[in-house]
Design a protein around this ligand. Structure first.
Ligand code: PEP
Ligand code: MN
Length: 339
């Protein structure tokens, strides 16, 4: 059930409604919008009619509506506006301004990371990506620098002012990764690792949830529901391609997720054309398409020397390739009515 509060109510009035919801046996989850506060009431769905009494008891409650979908807090029914996520460096994801997150697939060392960070910042990115814990298909491949990589990301943030996104691979690292990261990335292989999603949510950091390799959109939305249901409203979805019969590309980047996520959810949608295409020469076209379709942000892999990269060499843009793409994106961003 979704409880919508009237505009401009006081904290005290809001607290009274929250107490009322708890008294009826529901757990309230607050979604604070710019104009209005919306409360998701979680509990036994068969007894939801009891919540309807709230409108009679509390004048500050505007409406109480059931949500028909299985995903509730992530759904547009729960929150009609677009949710925005503000990072400590002022970057807003999901707002009027299009956001670009860029950096290497893996953090390999100080020079590689800092060179990339300065270059992507110069080109207009506001968030630095880089994996310190890497989910590799083979146990013999580079697994990431671990905490050393996180420290390098923090150093790059300090030098450039970029915010940092990095992957959280294991529940046991949640606190540590959250200490260094501004956004926790949940990778495709862990997209339905529900305990990991809960651990990520509980750190309080914004969460970027990749789509699993063979995940249906409703399963992806329900995975996102775990984050919001554990009191973390700062969730963004990230399409990174799914596995299909096609082998020309590494994955099939499903750009239909942009209008679909926008229709079904209030959470921002990010496109990762790098894992999506798996080929550097396709990244620019997919990025432009995503921007024009109304995606909120891009997550792009960039490396000073992709041929020598320790992971995902074939899909990483060079520093020059990234700068060129950034120079060409503007009309596509504008086509979607964004800055
Ligand atoms: C990555 O971003 O480098 C990565 C491993 O992504 P995914 O989980 O989408 O494969
Ligand atoms: Mn990668």
């Amino acid at each position: 059930m979704i409880v919508v509060l009237k505009p401009n109510i006081t904290k005290k009035e809001e607290a009274a409604v929250l107490r009322g919801i708890r008294r009826l046996g529901y757990e309230p989850r607050v979604l604070r919008g710019v104009e209005r506060t919306v409360i998701g009431a979680i509990g036994d769905e068969r007894k939801h009619h009891t919540l309807e009494t709230l409108t009679a008891v509390f004048p500050q409650v505007e409406s109480v509506t059931p949500i028909q979908k299985r995903f509730k807090l992530v759904s547009r029914e729960a929150h009609r506006g677009n949710s925005t996520i503000t990072l400590p460096n002022g970057t807003v994801i999901g707002g009027k301004k299009f956001v670009v997150m860029a950096g290497p697939c893996s953090v390999e060392g100080e020079k590689q990371l800092l060179t990339t960070a300065h270059a992507v910042k110069q080109a207009g990115a506001t968030v630095l990506r880089g994996g310190a814990f890497k989910p590799r298909t083979s146990p013999y491949e580079f697994q990431g620098l671990g905490e050393k990589g996180l420290k390098l990301l923090a150093k790059a943030r300090k030098e450039t002012g970029l915010a940092v996104i990095t992957e959280l691979l294991s529940e046991q690292h949640a606190e540590m990764v959250a200490e260094y990261a501004d956004i926790l990335q949940i990778g495709a292989r862990n997209a339905q690792n529900f305990q990991l999603l809960i651990a990520a949510a509980k750190t309080g950091r914004p969460v970027l949830l990749k789509r699993g390799l063979s995940m249906k959109i409703d399963e992806w939305l329900l995975a996102g529901e775990y984050v919001l249901a554990h009191d973390n409203a700062n969730l963004m979805f990230c399409e990174r391609g799914i596995r299909t019969f096609e082998t020309y590309t590494r994955n099939t980047l499903d750009l239909s997720t942009v209008p679909i996520i926008k229709k079904e959810s209030h959470c921002p949608i990010v496109i990762d054309p790098s894992q999506g295409a798996g080929k550097a020469d396709l990244v620019a076209a997919m990025s432009k398409g995503a921007a024009a379709m109304g995606a909120d942000a891009l997550l792009i892999e960039v490396h000073p020397n992709p041929a020598e990269a320790w992971s995902d060499g074939a899909q990483q843009l060079t520093l020059e390739g990234f700068a060129k793409l950034m120079g060409e994106l503007q009309p596509f961003i504008a086509a979607a009515g964004r800055d």
